[in-house]
Design a protein around this ligand. Structure first.
Ligand code: PMT
Length: 396
Protein backbone atom coordinates (compact mmCIF):
# COMPACT_ATOMS: atom_id res chain seq x y z
CA UNK A 1 0.00 0.00 0.00
CA UNK A 2 2.70 2.51 1.01
CA UNK A 3 5.78 0.81 -0.42
CA UNK A 4 8.57 3.31 -1.07
CA UNK A 5 6.45 6.07 0.45
CA UNK A 6 7.82 8.37 3.16
CA UNK A 7 5.29 9.49 5.73
CA UNK A 8 6.14 12.21 8.21
CA UNK A 9 3.96 12.34 11.31
CA UNK A 10 3.71 15.37 13.58
CA UNK A 11 2.44 14.65 17.10
CA UNK A 12 1.26 17.54 19.27
CA UNK A 13 0.40 17.62 22.97
CA UNK A 14 -2.90 15.87 23.57
CA UNK A 15 -4.04 12.66 25.22
CA UNK A 16 -4.89 11.19 21.79
CA UNK A 17 -1.12 11.05 21.17
CA UNK A 18 -1.20 7.47 22.44
CA UNK A 19 -3.38 6.47 19.47
CA UNK A 20 -0.59 7.47 17.10
CA UNK A 21 1.40 4.45 18.24
CA UNK A 22 -1.17 2.29 16.43
CA UNK A 23 -1.12 4.61 13.42
CA UNK A 24 2.64 4.17 13.11
CA UNK A 25 2.20 0.39 13.28
CA UNK A 26 -0.50 0.53 10.60
CA UNK A 27 1.66 2.60 8.25
CA UNK A 28 4.65 0.31 8.85
CA UNK A 29 2.55 -2.81 8.34
CA UNK A 30 1.67 -1.38 4.96
CA UNK A 31 5.35 -0.88 4.12
CA UNK A 32 5.68 2.87 4.66
CA UNK A 33 8.86 4.57 5.85
CA UNK A 34 7.81 6.59 8.88
CA UNK A 35 9.54 9.46 10.64
CA UNK A 36 8.00 11.36 13.53
CA UNK A 37 8.39 14.82 14.98
CA UNK A 38 6.93 15.64 18.36
CA UNK A 39 6.27 18.96 20.01
CA UNK A 40 7.65 19.32 23.50
CA UNK A 41 4.12 18.99 24.90
CA UNK A 42 3.62 15.73 23.00
CA UNK A 43 6.56 14.16 24.84
CA UNK A 44 4.51 14.49 28.06
CA UNK A 45 1.97 12.01 26.68
CA UNK A 46 4.13 9.41 24.86
CA UNK A 47 7.86 8.93 25.02
CA UNK A 48 10.18 9.50 22.07
CA UNK A 49 11.70 6.10 22.87
CA UNK A 50 8.38 4.34 22.17
CA UNK A 51 7.95 6.24 18.94
CA UNK A 52 11.54 5.56 17.88
CA UNK A 53 11.10 1.85 18.55
CA UNK A 54 7.88 1.62 16.53
CA UNK A 55 9.00 3.80 13.63
CA UNK A 56 12.56 2.40 13.50
CA UNK A 57 13.78 5.94 13.02
CA UNK A 58 15.12 8.77 15.16
CA UNK A 59 12.44 11.01 16.64
CA UNK A 60 12.72 14.75 16.08
CA UNK A 61 11.77 17.11 18.89
CA UNK A 62 14.14 20.07 18.69
CA UNK A 63 14.24 22.81 16.13
CA UNK A 64 17.98 23.26 16.27
CA UNK A 65 20.03 20.07 16.52
CA UNK A 66 23.68 21.15 16.68
CA UNK A 67 24.94 17.95 15.00
CA UNK A 68 22.95 18.35 11.82
CA UNK A 69 24.41 19.92 8.71
CA UNK A 70 21.07 20.80 7.16
CA UNK A 71 18.10 22.36 8.99
CA UNK A 72 15.57 19.63 9.82
CA UNK A 73 12.59 21.65 8.66
CA UNK A 74 14.01 21.56 5.15
CA UNK A 75 15.55 18.07 5.04
CA UNK A 76 12.60 16.27 6.70
CA UNK A 77 10.21 18.17 4.48
CA UNK A 78 12.09 17.10 1.34
CA UNK A 79 12.22 13.51 2.56
CA UNK A 80 8.47 13.21 3.21
CA UNK A 81 5.84 12.47 0.55
CA UNK A 82 3.12 13.59 2.94
CA UNK A 83 2.90 15.25 6.37
CA UNK A 84 0.26 13.97 8.80
CA UNK A 85 -0.33 16.05 11.93
CA UNK A 86 -2.19 13.93 14.48
CA UNK A 87 -3.40 14.64 17.04
CA UNK A 88 -3.40 18.31 16.10
CA UNK A 89 -4.03 20.56 19.11
CA UNK A 90 -5.89 23.89 18.95
CA UNK A 91 -2.56 25.55 19.78
CA UNK A 92 -0.66 24.01 16.84
CA UNK A 93 -3.58 24.53 14.43
CA UNK A 94 -3.64 28.19 15.44
CA UNK A 95 0.09 28.63 14.92
CA UNK A 96 0.14 26.99 11.50
CA UNK A 97 -2.93 28.89 10.29
CA UNK A 98 -1.25 32.16 11.28
CA UNK A 99 2.23 31.45 9.96
CA UNK A 100 3.90 31.06 13.34
CA UNK A 101 6.99 28.85 13.28
CA UNK A 102 8.20 28.59 16.86
CA UNK A 103 9.02 24.88 16.95
CA UNK A 104 10.16 22.16 14.57
CA UNK A 105 6.64 20.92 13.74
CA UNK A 106 5.22 24.34 12.85
CA UNK A 107 8.40 25.27 10.94
CA UNK A 108 8.13 22.10 8.84
CA UNK A 109 4.44 22.79 8.16
CA UNK A 110 5.32 26.30 6.99
CA UNK A 111 8.08 25.06 4.65
CA UNK A 112 6.17 22.00 3.37
CA UNK A 113 5.02 22.16 -0.24
CA UNK A 114 3.30 18.75 -0.48
CA UNK A 115 0.03 17.51 1.06
CA UNK A 116 -0.61 18.06 4.76
CA UNK A 117 -3.32 16.12 6.62
CA UNK A 118 -4.51 17.51 9.94
CA UNK A 119 -6.44 15.33 12.42
CA UNK A 120 -7.52 17.55 15.31
CA UNK A 121 -8.36 16.23 18.79
CA UNK A 122 -9.33 18.40 21.73
CA UNK A 123 -12.04 19.23 24.26
CA UNK A 124 -15.43 19.85 22.56
CA UNK A 125 -15.67 23.47 23.77
CA UNK A 126 -12.24 24.18 22.33
CA UNK A 127 -13.25 22.58 19.02
CA UNK A 128 -16.37 24.77 18.89
CA UNK A 129 -14.39 27.90 19.72
CA UNK A 130 -14.81 30.50 16.97
CA UNK A 131 -11.07 31.15 16.64
CA UNK A 132 -10.31 27.47 16.30
CA UNK A 133 -13.01 27.10 13.64
CA UNK A 134 -11.67 30.14 11.77
CA UNK A 135 -8.19 28.61 11.83
CA UNK A 136 -9.53 25.28 10.57
CA UNK A 137 -11.28 27.10 7.69
CA UNK A 138 -8.05 28.88 6.84
CA UNK A 139 -6.16 25.59 6.65
CA UNK A 140 -8.90 24.01 4.57
CA UNK A 141 -8.82 26.92 2.12
CA UNK A 142 -5.05 26.53 1.86
CA UNK A 143 -5.49 22.89 0.72
CA UNK A 144 -4.88 21.06 4.00
CA UNK A 145 -7.10 18.00 4.44
CA UNK A 146 -8.89 18.22 7.78
CA UNK A 147 -10.06 14.94 9.29
CA UNK A 148 -12.65 16.30 11.67
CA UNK A 149 -12.82 14.95 15.20
CA UNK A 150 -15.61 12.57 16.11
CA UNK A 151 -18.30 12.70 18.79
CA UNK A 152 -18.00 10.59 21.92
CA UNK A 153 -16.72 10.41 25.45
CA UNK A 154 -13.68 12.64 25.93
CA UNK A 155 -10.68 12.14 28.21
CA UNK A 156 -11.59 15.34 30.10
CA UNK A 157 -14.76 13.62 31.33
CA UNK A 158 -17.31 15.31 29.05
CA UNK A 159 -18.96 14.10 25.88
CA UNK A 160 -19.09 15.86 22.54
CA UNK A 161 -17.20 16.35 19.30
CA UNK A 162 -13.46 16.31 19.92
CA UNK A 163 -12.13 12.75 19.76
CA UNK A 164 -9.42 11.97 17.25
CA UNK A 165 -10.99 10.28 14.23
CA UNK A 166 -10.27 6.56 13.74
CA UNK A 167 -6.67 5.82 12.80
CA UNK A 168 -7.96 3.67 9.90
CA UNK A 169 -9.54 6.86 8.54
CA UNK A 170 -6.21 8.70 8.77
CA UNK A 171 -4.51 5.78 7.05
CA UNK A 172 -7.13 5.69 4.26
CA UNK A 173 -6.85 9.46 3.71
CA UNK A 174 -3.07 9.17 3.51
CA UNK A 175 -3.44 6.43 0.93
CA UNK A 176 -5.90 8.48 -1.16
CA UNK A 177 -3.34 11.28 -1.45
CA UNK A 178 -0.39 9.04 -2.23
CA UNK A 179 -1.94 6.54 -4.59
CA UNK A 180 -2.07 8.83 -7.61
CA UNK A 181 1.51 10.04 -7.25
CA UNK A 182 3.09 7.46 -9.55
CA UNK A 183 1.00 7.12 -12.69
CA UNK A 184 3.45 5.23 -14.84
CA UNK A 185 0.79 2.84 -16.16
CA UNK A 186 -1.54 5.65 -17.20
CA UNK A 187 -3.28 4.95 -20.51
CA UNK A 188 -2.39 1.26 -20.31
CA UNK A 189 -5.23 -1.23 -20.32
CA UNK A 190 -4.37 -4.20 -18.13
CA UNK A 191 -6.61 -7.27 -18.01
CA UNK A 192 -6.13 -9.55 -15.01
CA UNK A 193 -7.82 -12.85 -14.16
CA UNK A 194 -8.23 -13.97 -10.56
CA UNK A 195 -9.72 -16.81 -8.53
CA UNK A 196 -10.47 -20.45 -9.17
CA UNK A 197 -12.87 -21.45 -11.91
CA UNK A 198 -15.83 -23.67 -11.05
CA UNK A 199 -16.93 -26.46 -13.35
CA UNK A 200 -20.50 -27.39 -12.59
CA UNK A 201 -21.41 -31.02 -12.21
CA UNK A 202 -25.08 -30.34 -11.59
CA UNK A 203 -27.02 -27.34 -10.16
CA UNK A 204 -25.57 -28.09 -6.71
CA UNK A 205 -21.98 -29.32 -7.10
CA UNK A 206 -18.89 -28.17 -8.90
CA UNK A 207 -15.23 -28.99 -9.39
CA UNK A 208 -13.09 -26.16 -8.02
CA UNK A 209 -9.73 -25.34 -6.50
CA UNK A 210 -8.24 -23.41 -3.58
CA UNK A 211 -7.53 -20.09 -5.29
CA UNK A 212 -8.84 -17.19 -3.20
CA UNK A 213 -8.12 -14.57 -5.84
CA UNK A 214 -5.84 -12.56 -3.49
CA UNK A 215 -2.88 -12.64 -5.90
CA UNK A 216 -4.98 -11.39 -8.82
CA UNK A 217 -6.65 -8.69 -6.72
CA UNK A 218 -3.24 -7.51 -5.46
CA UNK A 219 -2.08 -7.15 -9.07
CA UNK A 220 -5.28 -5.34 -10.05
CA UNK A 221 -5.02 -2.92 -7.10
CA UNK A 222 -1.39 -2.19 -7.80
CA UNK A 223 -1.95 -1.64 -11.52
CA UNK A 224 -4.88 0.65 -10.71
CA UNK A 225 -2.76 2.65 -8.26
CA UNK A 226 -0.21 3.13 -11.00
CA UNK A 227 -2.88 4.67 -13.20
CA UNK A 228 -3.76 1.70 -15.42
CA UNK A 229 -7.20 1.10 -16.87
CA UNK A 230 -7.79 -2.20 -15.06
CA UNK A 231 -10.25 -4.97 -15.92
CA UNK A 232 -10.40 -7.73 -13.32
CA UNK A 233 -12.07 -10.91 -14.57
CA UNK A 234 -12.80 -12.86 -11.42
CA UNK A 235 -14.74 -15.78 -10.01
CA UNK A 236 -15.73 -14.36 -6.61
CA UNK A 237 -17.90 -11.29 -7.36
CA UNK A 238 -15.18 -8.85 -6.44
CA UNK A 239 -16.21 -5.18 -6.47
CA UNK A 240 -13.65 -2.39 -6.83
CA UNK A 241 -13.08 1.11 -8.16
CA UNK A 242 -11.94 -0.39 -11.46
CA UNK A 243 -14.02 -2.53 -13.85
CA UNK A 244 -14.70 -6.06 -12.68
CA UNK A 245 -16.31 -8.90 -14.63
CA UNK A 246 -17.82 -11.89 -12.85
CA UNK A 247 -17.33 -15.33 -14.36
CA UNK A 248 -17.54 -18.85 -13.05
CA UNK A 249 -16.28 -21.54 -15.43
CA UNK A 250 -13.18 -21.69 -17.62
CA UNK A 251 -15.33 -21.22 -20.73
CA UNK A 252 -16.90 -18.06 -19.27
CA UNK A 253 -13.43 -16.80 -18.36
CA UNK A 254 -12.20 -17.45 -21.89
CA UNK A 255 -15.12 -15.48 -23.40
CA UNK A 256 -14.51 -12.55 -21.02
CA UNK A 257 -10.76 -12.49 -21.76
CA UNK A 258 -11.43 -12.61 -25.50
CA UNK A 259 -13.92 -9.76 -25.27
CA UNK A 260 -11.35 -7.55 -23.50
CA UNK A 261 -8.12 -8.64 -25.14
CA UNK A 262 -8.11 -6.70 -28.43
CA UNK A 263 -7.00 -3.30 -27.09
CA UNK A 264 -5.30 -4.60 -23.94
CA UNK A 265 -1.66 -3.66 -23.39
CA UNK A 266 -1.10 -6.48 -20.95
CA UNK A 267 -3.01 -9.60 -19.89
CA UNK A 268 -2.07 -11.33 -16.65
CA UNK A 269 -3.55 -14.77 -16.01
CA UNK A 270 -3.36 -15.16 -12.23
CA UNK A 271 -6.52 -17.28 -12.09
CA UNK A 272 -6.37 -20.99 -11.39
CA UNK A 273 -8.22 -22.28 -14.44
CA UNK A 274 -9.57 -25.83 -14.49
CA UNK A 275 -7.84 -27.93 -17.14
CA UNK A 276 -10.97 -30.11 -17.47
CA UNK A 277 -14.72 -29.63 -17.20
CA UNK A 278 -17.57 -32.09 -16.77
CA UNK A 279 -18.39 -33.64 -20.14
CA UNK A 280 -22.11 -33.99 -19.58
CA UNK A 281 -23.36 -31.44 -17.10
CA UNK A 282 -26.54 -32.58 -15.38
CA UNK A 283 -29.53 -30.25 -15.60
CA UNK A 284 -30.96 -31.72 -12.38
CA UNK A 285 -29.30 -32.62 -9.12
CA UNK A 286 -27.68 -36.06 -9.35
CA UNK A 287 -29.60 -38.44 -7.12
CA UNK A 288 -27.83 -40.83 -4.82
CA UNK A 289 -28.61 -44.42 -5.68
CA UNK A 290 -28.23 -46.57 -2.55
CA UNK A 291 -26.91 -49.45 -4.65
CA UNK A 292 -24.01 -47.41 -6.09
CA UNK A 293 -20.71 -47.40 -4.21
CA UNK A 294 -18.98 -45.24 -6.81
CA UNK A 295 -19.88 -42.45 -9.19
CA UNK A 296 -17.98 -42.03 -12.45
CA UNK A 297 -17.74 -38.58 -13.96
CA UNK A 298 -16.33 -38.05 -17.42
CA UNK A 299 -14.22 -34.93 -17.95
CA UNK A 300 -13.36 -33.12 -21.15
CA UNK A 301 -10.40 -30.81 -21.75
CA UNK A 302 -10.91 -27.07 -21.35
CA UNK A 303 -9.32 -24.66 -23.81
CA UNK A 304 -5.94 -23.30 -22.66
CA UNK A 305 -6.73 -19.58 -22.47
CA UNK A 306 -3.15 -18.50 -21.82
CA UNK A 307 -1.79 -20.46 -24.77
CA UNK A 308 -4.50 -19.18 -27.10
CA UNK A 309 -4.02 -15.51 -26.24
CA UNK A 310 -0.24 -15.89 -26.48
CA UNK A 311 -0.67 -17.34 -29.99
CA UNK A 312 -2.94 -14.56 -31.20
CA UNK A 313 -1.43 -11.57 -29.36
CA UNK A 314 -0.81 -8.19 -30.94
CA UNK A 315 2.75 -7.07 -31.51
CA UNK A 316 3.03 -4.83 -28.46
CA UNK A 317 0.90 -6.83 -26.08
CA UNK A 318 2.49 -8.39 -23.00
CA UNK A 319 1.07 -11.75 -21.94
CA UNK A 320 1.86 -12.98 -18.43
CA UNK A 321 1.00 -16.41 -17.07
CA UNK A 322 1.28 -17.88 -13.62
CA UNK A 323 2.63 -21.33 -12.89
CA UNK A 324 1.40 -23.26 -9.85
CA UNK A 325 3.62 -26.23 -9.06
CA UNK A 326 3.92 -28.55 -6.09
CA UNK A 327 7.34 -29.98 -7.11
CA UNK A 328 10.35 -29.14 -9.32
CA UNK A 329 9.17 -25.54 -9.53
CA UNK A 330 11.84 -24.07 -11.78
CA UNK A 331 12.16 -27.06 -14.13
CA UNK A 332 8.40 -27.27 -14.61
CA UNK A 333 8.17 -23.49 -15.06
CA UNK A 334 10.80 -23.58 -17.84
CA UNK A 335 8.84 -26.29 -19.63
CA UNK A 336 5.59 -24.39 -19.11
CA UNK A 337 6.76 -21.04 -20.54
CA UNK A 338 7.96 -22.85 -23.65
CA UNK A 339 4.66 -24.65 -23.98
CA UNK A 340 2.39 -21.69 -23.27
CA UNK A 341 4.55 -19.18 -25.19
CA UNK A 342 3.67 -16.24 -22.95
CA UNK A 343 6.13 -13.37 -22.46
CA UNK A 344 6.55 -13.90 -18.72
CA UNK A 345 5.65 -16.69 -16.35
CA UNK A 346 5.35 -16.18 -12.60
CA UNK A 347 6.15 -19.44 -10.80
CA UNK A 348 4.99 -20.16 -7.26
CA UNK A 349 5.19 -23.23 -5.06
CA UNK A 350 1.65 -24.17 -4.07
CA UNK A 351 2.77 -27.04 -1.82
CA UNK A 352 3.80 -24.50 0.84
CA UNK A 353 1.20 -23.39 3.38
CA UNK A 354 2.77 -19.96 3.98
CA UNK A 355 2.59 -18.80 0.34
CA UNK A 356 0.59 -19.50 -2.83
CA UNK A 357 -3.05 -20.49 -2.48
CA UNK A 358 -5.15 -18.36 -0.10
CA UNK A 359 -2.29 -16.95 1.97
CA UNK A 360 -1.59 -13.21 2.21
CA UNK A 361 2.00 -13.73 1.16
CA UNK A 362 3.77 -15.23 -1.80
CA UNK A 363 7.27 -15.93 -3.08
CA UNK A 364 7.73 -16.12 -6.82
CA UNK A 365 10.19 -16.55 -9.66
CA UNK A 366 9.70 -14.49 -12.80
CA UNK A 367 10.77 -16.24 -16.00
CA UNK A 368 11.03 -14.57 -19.37
CA UNK A 369 11.13 -16.19 -22.81
CA UNK A 370 14.92 -16.38 -22.75
CA UNK A 371 14.60 -18.28 -19.47
CA UNK A 372 16.15 -15.50 -17.41
CA UNK A 373 14.94 -16.00 -13.86
CA UNK A 374 14.37 -13.39 -11.17
CA UNK A 375 13.41 -14.40 -7.63
CA UNK A 376 11.10 -12.19 -5.59
CA UNK A 377 11.52 -13.03 -1.92
CA UNK A 378 8.57 -13.84 0.30
CA UNK A 379 6.43 -10.77 0.98
CA UNK A 380 2.82 -9.60 1.14
CA UNK A 381 1.02 -10.23 -2.15
CA UNK A 382 0.68 -6.45 -2.61
CA UNK A 383 4.49 -6.16 -2.58
CA UNK A 384 4.88 -9.16 -4.92
CA UNK A 385 2.37 -7.53 -7.28
CA UNK A 386 4.27 -4.25 -7.21
CA UNK A 387 7.54 -6.00 -8.01
CA UNK A 388 6.02 -8.05 -10.83
CA UNK A 389 4.70 -4.89 -12.49
CA UNK A 390 8.01 -3.11 -11.93
CA UNK A 391 9.81 -6.01 -13.60
CA UNK A 392 7.46 -6.22 -16.57
CA UNK A 393 7.52 -2.47 -17.10
CA UNK A 394 11.25 -2.18 -17.10
CA UNK A 395 12.65 -1.45 -13.68
CA UNK A 396 14.34 -4.77 -13.23
O1 PMT B 1 -5.71 -16.84 -5.68
P1 PMT B 1 -4.73 -17.00 -4.52
O2 PMT B 1 -5.33 -17.78 -3.38
O3 PMT B 1 -4.12 -15.71 -4.12
O4 PMT B 1 -3.54 -17.94 -5.05
C1 PMT B 1 -2.72 -17.49 -6.08
C2 PMT B 1 -2.42 -18.58 -7.11
C3 PMT B 1 -1.61 -19.68 -6.44
C4 PMT B 1 -3.72 -19.15 -7.66
C5 PMT B 1 -1.63 -17.88 -8.27
O5 PMT B 1 -0.44 -17.35 -7.74
C6 PMT B 1 -1.32 -18.88 -9.38
O6 PMT B 1 -0.37 -19.63 -9.35
N1 PMT B 1 -2.18 -18.87 -10.45
C7 PMT B 1 -2.12 -19.83 -11.56
C8 PMT B 1 -2.77 -21.13 -11.17
C9 PMT B 1 -2.75 -22.12 -12.33
O7 PMT B 1 -3.78 -22.42 -12.88
O8 PMT B 1 -1.55 -22.50 -12.67
P2 PMT B 1 -1.24 -23.60 -13.86
O9 PMT B 1 0.22 -23.84 -13.73
O10 PMT B 1 -2.17 -24.73 -13.74
O11 PMT B 1 -1.57 -22.82 -15.19
C10 PMT B 1 -0.59 -22.04 -15.87
C11 PMT B 1 -1.21 -20.81 -16.47
O12 PMT B 1 -2.15 -21.19 -17.49
C12 PMT B 1 -1.97 -19.93 -15.51
O13 PMT B 1 -1.68 -18.58 -15.82
C13 PMT B 1 -3.43 -20.24 -15.78
O14 PMT B 1 -4.25 -19.11 -15.54
C14 PMT B 1 -3.41 -20.59 -17.27
N2 PMT B 1 -4.41 -21.56 -17.70
C15 PMT B 1 -4.46 -22.80 -17.15
C16 PMT B 1 -5.38 -23.71 -17.60
C17 PMT B 1 -6.25 -23.33 -18.65
N3 PMT B 1 -7.15 -24.17 -19.11
N4 PMT B 1 -6.18 -22.11 -19.16
C18 PMT B 1 -5.28 -21.22 -18.71
O15 PMT B 1 -5.22 -20.09 -19.20
Amino acid sequence: MFRNKNILIGITGGIAAYKILELIRLYKKNNANVKVIMTENATNFVTPLTIRTLSNNPVYTKQFEVDNLFPEHISLGSWADIFVIAPASANTIGKIANGICDNLLTSIACAFSKQIIVAPAMNCEMWNNQFVQDNINKLQKAGYEILSPEAGFLACGTSGVGRLCAIEKICAATYEHLKYKNQKLKNKKIVITAGGTRENLDPVRYLGNHSSGKMGVALANEAYNLGADVILINTFNHKAEYKTIDVSSALEMKSAVEAEKQDADCIIMAAAVADFRIKNQNEQKIKKDDNDETLTIELIKNPDILYEISQSKNENQIIVGFCAESENLIENAKTKINKKQCDYLIANDISRKDIGFSSDENEVYILDKKLNIKKIDKAQKSVIAEKILEYIYGEN
